[in-house]
Design a protein around this ligand. Structure first.
Ligand SMILES: [Zn+2]
Length: 212
């Protein structure tokens, strides 16, 4: 683990993207004493299934990030409308520039630049603009990509995947999604681990790599 990296920022267009894309890595960094911040750009009120309160995803992201070890003060929630982040591209860029100024993160996790979701594309594009001097890793969400380059890996332990699942289980309103299934999360982590001869891993596209 890079000793010089102390502050890490996870960019999540929607509330659960960060846990899916790099939840195991977040658990590993927190265990190593790093400071992790999590910024969510939409609580997707228009996508909440019937029967749930409209703000359920805000409640769930607070619980999920707490379970993974992110201090509540390090969770930043913006309330942009789901599927319309590109309508407010400049505002999002300005929020990212402010995060850079306020937090001085040395490592950014964001959606892959090959992610097909329009909101994910907006956050990824603006993040590259905003964070010009630091390492940026694009996390994998297999249901959102045709092509994903498994260029970077973070080795994980079983306990990190357990933490990731514990966090994802906080999203009760999303449990019907196929990719929320625990056996999928285990198989995914094992697949990525197998690629690098270890038991579990998460993989990342390298957008920028800065070595100090
Ligand atoms: Zn998303």
């Amino acid at each position: 683990m890079d000793e010089k990296i102390e502050r890490i920022l996870v960019l999540a267009p929607h509330t659960d993207d960060g846990e899916f894309g790099c939840g195991g890595s977040i658990a590993k960094f927190i265990e190593a004493g790093k400071e992790v911040f999590y910024a969510a750009f939409s609580t997707a009120e228009k996508s909440v299934p019937d029967g749930w309160p409209k703000d359920i995803l805000e409640t769930e992201v607070r619980e999920a990030t707490k379970r993974i070890g992110i201090p509540p003060a390090n969770l930043i929630i913006y309330k942009y409308e789901v599927r319309k982040l590109n309508y407010v591209r400049q505002e999002i860029l300005e929020k990212l520039v402010k995060l850079k100024k306020d937090l001085s993160p040395q490592l950014i996790f964001m959606p892959s630049q090959n992610d097909l979701h329009q909101d994910h594309q907006t956050v990824a594009t603006e993040a590259v603009r905003a964070f010009k001097q630091v390492t940026i890793l694009g996390y994998e969400l297999p249901w959102n990509t045709i092509t994903f380059h498994t260029q970077g890996f973070i080795k994980l332990e079983k306990s990190h995947i357990q933490k990731k699942i514990l966090a994802l289980n906080a999203y009760n309103s999303q449990s019907q999604k196929a990719y929320a299934a625990e056996d999928f999360i285990w198989g995914w982590a094992k697949t990525r681990g197998t690629q690098i001869g270890t038991e579990y891993a998460e993989t990342f596209e390298i957008t920028r790599w800065v070595i100090e």
